[in-house]
Design a protein around this ligand. Structure first.
Ligand SMILES: [Ca+2]
Ligand SMILES: [Ca+2]
Ligand SMILES: [Ca+2]
Ligand SMILES: [Ca+2]
Length: 666
């Protein structure tokens, strides 16, 4: 293909072949990333615990001959293949029940917030401090993690039709289990849903107090637990799957086992669950109790590994296995249809892989159709393979390179297309259509703000931390970080990104609110309350650094929503986009264009992206039997733009500036 008569395109092998082992070195960015997350979390507010996130993985096929062999992901990931995901951060998605909103005593920072603390108005200007916040500090970021908005499961239940109509096939929930923080990566229990996500918080807490956590026969189903199962059933009825976050590396301090160890020391039945450096000596007045916390955070005591570091200790393992059974087959009748459909596993690379192999085998034994995903920011292949996960959150093979080209143009079109193809082809066959192809998450700036803050050049490469380096992703660290609403040009780029997600192999993930037009920097500004069409939101007029700014209206973007739904529908009705092979067709660095094909059976689609500010023409060859190619989708707001002409042998497509076009070859 060529962009015009005077420019030759750069060509590379039209079919990307499976690369040899080891051709992708493990990137160093993961540890850097972790250090940055840790740094981000070093906040002045002691109770606000870090939130972690990351899952991924492929499971061992049940009955595999050798569970230790690198069997790789399950051969038939079923529903997970090509599915469209929607990620819900429960505290911030929808407040469906104002009567259960969390009271002060339920939150982790209860002791540190001023007496006037109250639940924050859902529709308030995000950067406007509530009265109690001004009592605490003049700094926006000192109080924001103590906010609660009252999002809950009734809110999710009320919006299941909304998700189905958007084209969602699977919901990924950030942690839903009981925890004191707003993000809930600091579990108080793994066998109960957070009481303030359900209809009877006080009743739930009282009921839980009657249990012996070591005896599963005493475990009750609280009102919140039951409402969660209703959400699962409601999703299933609408053809959607439900995956939840498993945080099996650490707990919060209020976790029942940790509390018991703190109280009873070495005599506690849970003494072996944690990394205890010293128990308290009752003979002395001071508290000598010392333990290891995740990344040094005392709010997140880490679970102990076995002495050989190949597994989690027996006590935690047995508990995690019990709660896995509980949520995957709640009524215990051997039929998993009443349970969740899988898990996303937080900081999966910080839990021994031997544990994951056993745990994934358990998951498969309960529900052979379940899927599991490791959170890992680097190359996920080894962990997915050895741990027996289905796939991973695809930062390495999707989000990071995507931002490098679509937002920052920090790499050439040719390098972008080549790296995307190589990283995809290097995946184990069973992972190729199930990787969670996200652009943003609760751990990154929102995609709209990535685009608003794009900076050409300066990117260190495809594994650089530019993707999520704190001084470039948040107004908290960077005085020149733009917090404004995306403009018309930004939205063209956002539409291109969405179309790329929907046309690249794997499973696209929509972080809640992207479709509604939400923007925001990294944590905590990526966790604003969802913008809804039936709510009247205040404009964003305040600035976290007290700079002057133009007020930005905050309102549901109906046009963007309908575009995302249309792109999801395109994927749904075109099998090649969900399950077809991928091959690069060509690229042009100066014209900033890429073209690739997706095909399965006798169907072929060619997808073209023009990242330049001028219209660009592409010419590529027709295959035998392709006589009537047709544009079936365009990211441009005006679908009439983009033209196609063909001869007996070639097709020429003109793509508008900052747009993508899908051509059905027929
Ligand atoms: Ca509520
Ligand atoms: Ca003592
Ligand atoms: Ca069942
Ligand atoms: Ca660990």
């Amino acid at each position: 293909m060529r962009s015009d008569s005077t420019h030759r395109l750069l060509w590379f092998s039209p079919r990307i072949v499976l690369a040899g082992a080891g051709f992708l070195a493990l990137a160093a960015c993961d540890s850097v990333e972790r250090a940055e997350i840790a740094a981000d979390r070093a906040q002045p507010e002691p109770p606000s615990v870090a939130d972690t996130s990351a899952p991924g993985g492929a499971t061992q096929p049940a009955g595999a001959a050798s569970p230790t062999a690198n069997a790789g992901p399950p051969p038939h990931p079923g529903w997970a293949s090509g599915v469209v995901w929607y990620q819900i951060f429960p505290e911030r998605f929808r407040n469906g029940d104002p009567t259960n909103d969390p009271p002060r005593e339920s939150i982790d920072s209860a002791k540190w917030v001023p007496p006037g603390w109250r639940v924050t108005s859902w529709t308030m200007d995000w950067y406007a401090p509530d009265f109690w916040e001004t009592q605490k500090s003049k700094v926006f970021y000192d109080s924001v993690t103590s906010r609660r908005y009252g999002g809950d499961l009734q809110g999710v239940l009320d919006k299941l039709d909304y998700l189905r109509d958007l084209g969602v096939g699977a919901i990924y929930f950030n942690p839903v289990f009981w925890a004191g923080s707003m993000h809930k990566y600091d579990g108080t229990s793994f066998h109960h849903i957070d009481p303030w996500f359900g209809p009877d918080p006080a009743g739930d807490v009282a009921l839980i107090a009657t249990e012996n956590p070591l005896d599963t026969t005493t475990w009750k189903w609280t009102a919140a637990d039951r409402l969660f199962l209703k959400v699962v059933a409601g999703a299933h009825r609408r053809g959607m799957r439900v995956v939840i976050d498993g945080v099996f590396n650490h707990s919060g301090q209020p976790f029942f086992a940790f509390q018991d160890v703190k109280k009873n020391g070495a005599a506690s039945p849970y003494a072996g669950w944690y990394v205890i450096k010293a128990f308290d000596d009752p003979a002395t007045p001071e508290d000598e109790f010392q333990f290891a916390g995740w990344w040094g955070f005392s709010s997140l005591p880490e679970f102990k590994d076995t002495d050989d570091k190949r597994n989690l200790n027996e006590g935690v393992k047995a508990y995690v296995f019990d709660i896995t059974r509980r949520w995957m087959d709640p009524n215990g009748d051997g039929d998993p249809s009443d349970g969740i459909d899988g898990w996303r596993l937080d900081v999966a690379d910080e839990v021994p892989v031997g544990f994951w192999a056993e745990w994934n085998a358990l998951v498969r034994s309960i529900n052979p159709g379940a899927n599991t995903y490791a959170e890992i920011w680097a190359d996920a292949r080894a962990l997915v393979h050895e741990g027996g996960f289905t796939g991973a959150m695809n930062y390495h093979g999707f989000a990071i390179p995507l931002k490098a080209w679509f937002a920052d143009v920090a790499v050439s079109a040719t390098d972008f297309l080549r790296v995307m193809g190589e990283r995809w082809a290097a995946l184990h066959e069973g992972s190729r259509h199930v990787m969670m192809n996200l652009v943003d998450s609760h751990d990154t700036q929102r995609v709209a703000s990535m685009i608003v803050n794009r900076r050409e050049g300066g990117y260190q490469g495809f594994d650089a931390t530019d993707f999520d380096s704190s001084n470039r992703v948040s107004p908290r660290e960077s005085a020149d970080y733009l917090i404004r609403r995306p403009d018309a040009t930004d939205l063209r780029l956002l539409r291109m990104v969405v179309l790329f997600q929907m046309t690249f192999p794997g499973a696209p993930v929509i972080y809640y609110g992207t479709e509604a037009g939400m923007w925001g920097g990294d944590d905590p500004d990526n966790r604003m309350p969802m913008v809804w069409e039936d709510l009247k939101h205040e404009p964003q007029a305040k600035d976290p650094r007290n700079r002057t700014r133009k007020a930005d209206p905050v309102e549901f973007d109906r046009a963007l929503h309908d575009y995302v739904a249309a792109a999801a529908r395109l994927r749904k009705i075109n099998a090649p986009l969900r399950e077809g092979g991928f091959s690069g067709i060509g690229s042009h660095d100066d014209h900033r264009v890429i073209a690739f094909a997706r095909e399965s059976g006798d169907e072929r689609l060619v997808i073209l992206f023009n990242r330049s500010e001028k219209a660009q023409s592409f010419t590529f060859a027709l295959r035998v039997g392709e006589t009537d190619p047709k544009i079936v989708f365009a990211s441009d707001a005006n679908p009439g733009q983009g033209t196609l002409a063909h001869t007996a042998t070639d097709t020429t497509v003109t793509v508008p500036p900052l747009a993508g076009v899908v051509v059905q070859m027929r």
